[in-house]
Write a protein that binds this ligand. Structure first.
Ligand code: CA
Length: 513
């Protein structure tokens, strides 16, 4: 492992100047640490920031993830190249930045094949003899979500019908070497959150949670946060079940387990935003038995680097089109991560950012779109926003909390997240940081250029936006009030009722003609 890349380079230089004997012993060591086509299990949690106990999140219990981190490597600085499911997943499925491959607008271009020479990494794994398995029969929703913004099918041959995987739900010893991608959907906002909490043996105590400073301290917001951590605990149990299965099948020791999030937590400043809670994702890797590794790593890693690393582990020669790098390679030299936010449903955002060792620079190309953009989908799933909008109107938010509700965003943001982990001080206008600002502004512009989309195809998914919310407001005023009070009333239920209502209206208008 190359946690200390520069140190490694110095060491290599010294070695080069020394005798053949040393070179022999070094290559012997390399041999010992070589991965012989291990199985790879990629467990991807939905919408999660550093919210495991082993990352220091208070009030939550995650014994399985803690133990995996203890056995393997816990990474602190892994960032998504995007902060929404389909865009980051598109980048990870290829190992190239989603902006470059023109897959950077959420749920768009689904009929468009990937441009040449890009290919899904599962295709390369298959060529290397791997069996690609999607999902698992015993996790919530079967863990089969793919959600990438190019033409694809879950199962099939890529070269014939855009298939990404070989089979669903089950890995066996005969499938070895296998790659299994399993989604833990529970942490995604959904209508199951309350039930998971009610059935939990350890419902997280709202009084014990710690809210970041941008949140108002309100009972409904505390409860919502606790409920989210209940889902993290549920995911921990699912992970435990997967590990038990790997052990029972006798393949655990020769399996790399990669635990990652697809984007940050589903709350304020999280999913959809390029601030820390939206872009920093958990990463734990359990290595095969005997593989030399660090216990913790501060390496800066992009989500696309995980793809490159998986290919490297599998012994695939890395294609030139990858923008990700293998971080088990001694030449790994990532200094920062370039992230991008484009369209999400009806909100045509345009945000670029660079995250380095200490600073994060964000450029908002559409500052006229407020952080709280009243996006239809988020109206269902951001109880804290509803509660805080009311508090904002009553003048009860402090300056940090109020920022989320300003009518516009700053054009540029610069944060020293080492000294200001909650990114409460925007340094973009602070003259002391003008050199940092200038440099990061320039780096971002260069990356915008380098990651210019290879195609201009733009075929977004049409969404109903605020219409279903307004429908509830008009037809179910009591439920609407519950929503304003910080309760999730059920997106699925009411969007079904809304669709029924639309169909009725349509048939009425046909009859009247
Ligand atoms: Ca997600």
């Amino acid at each position: 492992m190359t946690n200390n890349t520069s140190g490694m380079r110095i060491l290599q230089t010294v070695i080069l100047g020394l005798s053949l004997l040393c070179i022999t012993s070094c290559s012997h060591k390399e041999k010992e640490n070589k991965l012989e086509k291990p199985n790879i299990v990629w467990v991807m949690l939905e919408d999660i920031s550093h919210d495991f106990e082993c990352y220091g999140m208070p009030a939550v219990k995650t014994p399985t993830f803690n133990a995996l981190a203890e056995e393997g490597t816990l990474y602190y600085n892994c960032y998504g190249t995007a902060s929404i499911c389909s865009t980051n997943r598109s980048a990870m499925m290829v190992g190239a930045h989603q902006r470059l491959t023109n897959t950077h607008h959420h749920r768009s271009n689904r009929e468009e094949p990937l441009a040449s020479p890009f290919q899904p990494f599962t295709y390369l794994l298959k060529q290397q003899g791997y069996t690609n398995v999607l999902g698992h029969k015993n996790v919530m929703k079967k863990g089969r979500k793919i959600d990438v913004n190019f033409k694809h099918k879950p199962i099939g041959k890529w070269e014939e019908d855009y298939g990404l995987f070989d089979k669903f739900d089950e890995f066996t010893a005969e499938d070895q070497p296998f790659f299994a991608q399993i989604q833990l959907a529970v942490t995604h906002r959904g209508d199951w959150w309350t039930e998971v909490r009610e059935q939990s043996e350890h419902p997280v105590n709202p009084a014990e949670v710690q809210l970041p400073p941008e949140y108002a301290d309100h009972p409904a917001i505390r409860l919502d946060w606790a409920k989210y951590l209940d889902q993290v605990e549920y995911a921990d149990n699912e992970m435990k079940m997967l590990i038990e299965e790997l052990k029972a099948k006798g393949v655990y020791d020769n399996t790399v387990i990669i635990v990652i999030g697809d984007n940050g937590r589903c709350n304020i400043k999280g999913k959809g935003y390029l601030h820390d809670p939206g872009s920093r994702i958990p990463l734990i890797i359990k290595w095969p038995e005997g593989y030399e590794h660090d216990k913790e790593s501060q390496q800066i890693i992009a989500s696309t680097d995980i793809t490159a690393t998986i290919l490297d582990i599998a012994g695939v020669e890395l294609p030139d089109y990858l923008t990700g790098q293998s971080f088990i390679d001694e030449n790994f030299d990532r200094k920062n991560v370039y992230s991008y936010r484009g369209l999400w449903d009806e909100i045509p955002e345009q945000v670029s950012s660079i995250t380095g060792e200490r600073f994060r620079y964000i450029r908002n190309d559409k500052p006229e779109i407020p952080y709280d953009a009243h996006q239809g989908y988020l109206e269902w799933y951001r109880p804290a926003v509803h509660v805080m909008r009311s508090l904002s109107e009553e003048g009860k938010l402090n300056e940090i909390q109020q920022r989320w509700f300003e009518p516009t965003k700053p054009q540029e943001e610069l944060y020293d997240f080492i000294n200001d982990p909650f990114e409460t001080h925007n340094l973009a206008n602070n003259p002391e940081y003008k050199d940092v600002l200038k440099q990061m502004r320039q780096e971002t512009l260069e990356m915008d250029q380098q990651m210019s989309p290879v195609s201009k195809v733009y075929d977004p998914k049409i969404v109903p936006g605020l219409a279903p919310v307004n429908f509830v407001k008009e037809h179910y005023p009591k439920e609407y009030q519950r929503m304003l009070d910080g309760e999730e009333i059920g997106y699925k239920k009411y969007s079904k009722l809304y669709k029924k209502h639309l169909a009725k209206e349509k048939s009425k208008s046909v009859q009247s003609k």
